[in-house]
Design a protein around this ligand. Structure first.
Ligand SMILES: [Zn+2]
Length: 166
């Protein structure tokens, strides 16, 4: 057997970055800001993910998908670590990711988490992704998944999911 080839960590990062969110398949984990780091640790590809919130069931699927994608690309020694600190916030979502979310029919986060102040409800000013109206209301704190809340538009009467700010 020949010596182990040099690990192409840049390629590993591209492969990991292309893995999509199982709940919102237009978004990659890189768009979401869930992918924190890909590094070469003595020949092992070490991928670090931060769940969108602790207990989000999608993170296990994301880990499996990262492992599968890297394995399919020929990487052999792979480890996926989770880090909860610093905690993920919607601020980590890329602008491209927010645009894709809206095209997918999910209202993106309306403001930066750091700007959240006082008793103003988070539902304030959530824009309908279909008609753009701000006349929307939160129907349920939990939408199709626990990471999203469910809204309805009072202008076009369409229901939609809103990616929670947190
Ligand atoms: Zn609407």
């Amino acid at each position: 057997m020949a010596a182990a080839p040099v690990l192409d960590i840049a390629r590993a990062r591209r492969v990991a970055a292309a893995v999509v969110d199982p709940e919102v398949p237009v978004l990659t984990i890189d768009d979401l800001g869930v992918l924190r780091d890909v590094r070469d640790e003595a020949g092992t590809v070490v991928v670090t993910l931060t769940p969108t919130y602790s207990g989000c069931p999608a993170i296990d699927q994301m880990r499996d998908d990262v492992l599968l994608a890297l394995t399919a690309e020929g990487f052999r020694d792979i480890r996926v670590d989770f880090t909860l600190s610093p905690a993920w916030t919607t601020d980590w979502m890329s602008e491209a990711g927010k645009a894709k979310l809206e095209q997918f029919g999910i209202a993106p986060p309306t403001h930066r988490a750091g700007e959240r102040q006082g008793p103003i409800p988070l539902s304030l000013g959530v824009k309908c992704p279909r008609c753009g109206s701000l006349r929307t209301r939160e129907v349920s704190r939990f939408g199709s998944t626990a990471c999203k809340s469910h809204f309805e538009c009072l202008a076009c009467l369409e229901p939609f999911d809103h990616f929670k700010v947190h």
